[in-house]
Design a protein around this ligand. Structure first.
Ligand code: PMP
Length: 287
């Protein structure tokens, strides 16, 4: 198994960066995770757009041209024989003596690794995920895919310690922002119990613009579903008919309990499973 470190393909065990790398010292860097599904990269261009956006917002120089980046990604995936999994890319401001302000001269560091993954376990899809909520302790630029992930780490650890799959984060006004590594969605039944409203928080500085989120938004519109992008509170989520989350690692994943309380009838909802199916089909058309 290989990794890529600043211009070289190395055995994974030898993949190292300098102790004065600003990613290591200051979390001064950004990352991307692109899913590989049935041998294809899902929404690669949108991931590369988001990478460029994160770099631009932090004024980190792109480590190489986009064409070269694509080539390295494909080479590493081929060398590692990944047909289902993820490729992880990280770019930092580079190596320099530790000081907060930007160094005058550095070269951005670029590393990549791949991971093979198994499909989401059938039991998880049948039962749906149990999740908890945690206070959102993060900074005010969550639209940047920063490698500074301590609040996310602590939230996911809390979930794990409570036997839950994910933690959804709640802002100080009582609204769900997103999951620690996922975007959050609910489905509300209309007055007749049938007309269903699909709800997710709008894009902005307070959430990461998930690529899977965007895919599901587009597919929901295509399907003529009643999609509303607005903040929703924890109370609304608890009384929703369905809930689910989206991410590059698990696509559309049903959520069937929040803080130990069942959502809807406690089973994965029909709109959730329909969106999952449609999204998986869409993912197969990657590049
Ligand atoms: N929100 C956060 C905080 C995340 O870390 C992620 C996963 N990187 C997502 C949402 C989902 O984004 P995507 O669909 O691009 O994986």
């Amino acid at each position: 198994r290989f990794c890529y470190v600043n211009g070289r393909y190395l055995p994974h065990a030898n993949g190292m960066v300098h102790i004065e790398d600003r990613g290591y010292q200051l979390a001064d860097g950004i990352y991307e995770v692109v899913p590989i599904y049935h041998g294809k990269l899902v929404d690669m261009e949108q991931h590369l757009d988001r990478l460029a956006y994160s770099l631009g917002e932090l004024r980190i120089a792109p480590p190489m041209e986009r064409n070269a980046l694509r080539l390295v990604m494909r080479e590493l995936i081929a060398r590692n024989g990944v047909t289902n999994g993820l490729i992880y890319l990280q770019v930092t401001r580079g190596v320099a003596p530790r000081e907060h302000k930007f160094p005058k001269k550095t070269k951005s560091s670029l590393v990549m690794t791949t991971k093979k993954t198994k499909p989401v376990a059938p039991e998880l899809l049948e039962k749906g995920a149990a999740i908890i909520t945690q206070r959102d302790l993060r900074w005010l630029r969550r639209d940047i895919k920063s490698i500074g992930l301590l609040p996310n780490v602590l939230a996911k650890q809390a979930a794990s310690e409570q036997g839950a799959f994910e933690a959804w984060l709640v802002d100080d006004a009582g609204y769900i922002t997103e999951g620690s590594s996922t975007n959050a969605w609910i489905v509300k039944a209309g007055p007749d119990g049938k007309a269903r409203e699909l709800i997710t928080r709008p894009l902005g500085h307070d959430i990461l613009g998930g690529i899977t989120r965007r895919g599901v938004v587009d597919l929901a519109k295509e399907q003529g579903l009643n999609l509303v992008q607005r903040p929703f509170s924890l109370e609304e989520a608890l009384s929703a008919a369905e809930a689910f989350q989206t991410s590059s690692s698990a696509f559309v994943l049903p959520v069937t309990s929040i803080d130990g309380k069942a959502i809807g009838d406690g089973k994965p909802g029909p709109m959730t499973m329909r969106l999952r199916e449609i999204y998986c089909r869409y993912a197969e058309q990657g590049e």
